[in-house]
Design a protein around this ligand. Sequence first.
Ligand SMILES: [Zn+2]
Length: 243
Amino acid sequence: MAQHDDQSPSQSSIGKISVIHGPMFSGKTEELLRRVRRAKIARKKVQLFKPAIDNRYHATQVLPHYLANAADESVQVGEAAHVVRQAREILPLVATATDVVAIEEAQFLDAALFNTVRRLSRSGKDVILSLLDQDYRRLPFPIAGSSRNVGDYLAIAHESLKLAAICVVCGDEAHHSQKLQLKNITRDGKPIYAPASFFSEVVTVGTSQEIAQTKLFTERLREFPENIYEARCRNCHIVADES
Ligand SMILES: [Zn+2]
């Protein structure tokens, strides 16, 4: 063994960066929460963060999708989370004693998250990110306000886990999120959805679905969401106007 006088931190003082990624409905949240619970069993101190945009199910708890309808303030089925609007809010909220920092829906946070993750790791804290890796066009999910995409987090990770969903059309493994847009409504009141155009917007920070939903054509259509998403395999995934 070579002798050296390296004064840099020992290997054990560097926190492990893990990324859980995949399409919508692939169980990323369940996997993140599973790891959080295991860390707690190991008596590690864990802090959970989520971006403010992810308010589909519950404002301050991270809930697996299958529990969305069971969301109840009085039932602590999820894990309490800090809700942040910008990545720079995270570091001041992390306690010195914290061992693990878990961040849900990390694709919605701005590019400052990149250095935040590196600094947390350097200070000895394990970091777990769950993120959507592709947008509805099957392109790496862009990070708002920058030229980066979420592939940068995979590049600096020590470990990553890619999860697949199930294609709702054919039942194969699904790696893509199909975006469907409300196009019309039938005489008997059923909404008609069709694959979104390549040129329709990607939901990033500041362009939430809630904003998009205000652009509904008529009062009658208002009862349906303008966009819906489902998991699909590559064969069944359609992007309209794709070149
Ligand atoms: Zn399919």
